[in-house]
Design a protein around this ligand. Structure first.
Ligand code: NAD
Ligand code: TYD
Length: 349
């Protein structure tokens, strides 16, 4: 039986990956390692927590010696590394946390894996990253795997550093690494600091929807299950030392996305047309706000046969339905420090 470590499995994308692996691969033992920051929530995994091939370990990847001890104890055969500080706005107010979790944390895992993997055969260290490492596009063009790195926020700079370190461990020590860089994800269990769940939460509660600048920034959106499917493929079939870009071929200006979301919310909440869009408020722009991200995913499509499964209208509708059906989850994650974060982030805008 192979033992696979998934870090950050209590977070948004990680919980979808853990669930998929636990259910689909009963022959793997899946160890979910997460230190349960504000973004990590074990209720995301309620439905699989009792499965015999699942185990949760609460631990911080910035603790190097602890990582080494855990790798010695569990003898992991593979690592899927998702644990990270993930929100750009938080990285602007508190960059240091991103340096520790995203850079130091990643190197601790690489070192711990190197310690127990004398023989690299059958082993794999898969690092999950973002398209934000490539910087910002103008109105045309797409990021390919060969696009030069040009990170512009503390978040993307920390992810870029970790990508470089993963590649350096492959080049220097022969570590069997693979990396993927994905565009913006959306779907169930996303913390309401990111645009889509934040807007859903605010509309539901008749609160203003803060749109940065003029709402003209463009993101490429991918349903989280499509990302989990790509991660599964890359983990099993991706080539060592390679990078794969993952994207939805689904670019939206923020303001157009929010308008579409408002229409869906009006219908679902049985409100009159236009009620939700009245909540749209343009606020002070994010510092250094990247204009556009867009991905060329030809490589993963051609080499691994992956493609996005869900159309955006369907994915958005599913996402809204999930949040409306899971009010308790939202209540839970917005209790505690959320209001403080919200006031700090939006109070003076
Ligand atoms: P998230 O913020 O929802 O979850 C991150 C998880 O990591 C949480 O469970 C948190 O508790 C855990 N974590 C954070 N610091 C830790 C530490 N020091 N030790 C142990 N656990 C720690 O993030 P997400 O949106 O699910 O993103 C997961 C990964 O995917 C990240 O590496 C992110 O950079 C990458 N990514 C995200 C997106 C996106 O749109 N959300 C897109 C591309 C790539
Ligand atoms: P976000 O979900 O934070 O993802 P990222 O910054 O990693 O792309 O933001 C998506 C887009 O929405 C981005 O252009 C910033 C914008 N945005 C707003 O306009 N208002 C908000 O309150 C938030 C959180 C984001």
């Amino acid at each position: 039986m192979k033992t696979i470590l998934i870090t950050g499995g209590a977070g948004f994308i990680g919980s979808h990956v853990v669930r998929r692996f636990v259910k689909k691969y009963p022959d793997y033992k899946i160890v979910n390692l997460d230190n349960l920051t504000y973004a990590g929530n074990l209720t995301n995994l309620r439905d699989i927590e009792k499965e015999p091939n699942y185990e949760f370990v609460k631990a911080d990847i910035t603790a190097g010696e602890l990582m080494k001890a855990l790798f010695k104890k569990y003898r992991f055969d593979g690592v899927i590394h998702l644990a990270a500080e993930s929100h750009v706005d938080r990285s602007i107010s508190s960059p240091m946390e991103f340096i520790y979790a995203n850079i130091v944390g990643t190197v601790n895992l690489l070192n711990a894996a190197r310690l127990i993997w004398e023989d690299f055969s059958g082993k794999r260290f898969y690092h999950i990253s973002t398209d934000e490492v490539y910087g910002s596009l103008g109105s045309t063009g797409l990021f390919t795997e060969d696009t030069a790195y040009d990170p512009r926020s503390p978040y993307s700079a920390s992810k870029a550093s970790s990508d470089h370190l993963v590649r350096a461990y492959n080049h220097t020590y022969g570590m069997p690494t693979v990396i993927s860089n994905c565009s913006n994800n959306y779907g169930p269990f996303q913390f309401p600091e990111k645009l889509i769940p934040l807007a859903i939460h605010n509309i539901k509660n008749n609160k203003l929807i803060p749109v940065y600048g003029k709402g003209e920034n463009i993101r490429d959106w991918l349903y989280v299950e499509d990302h989990a499917n790509a991660i599964d493929l890359i983990f099993h079939e991706g080539k060592i030392a390679e990078t794969y870009n993952i994207g939805g071929q689904n670019e939206w200006k923020n303001i157009d996305l929010i308008r579409q979301l408002c229409e869906i919310m009006d219908k679902k909440l049985k409100r009159s047309a236009g009620m939700s869009s009245n909540l749209i408020t343009f606020v002070k722009d994010r510092a250094g706000h990247d204009l556009r991200y867009a991905i060329d995913s030809t490589k993963i499509q051609n080499e691994l046969g992956w493609k996005p499964g869900l159309q955006f209208a369907e994915g958005l509708e599913k996402t809204v339905s999930w949040y409306l059906a899971n009010e308790e989850w939202m209540k839970n994650v917005t209790s505690g420090d959320y209001q403080k974060y919200y006031d700090h982030q939006y109070g003076k805008r």
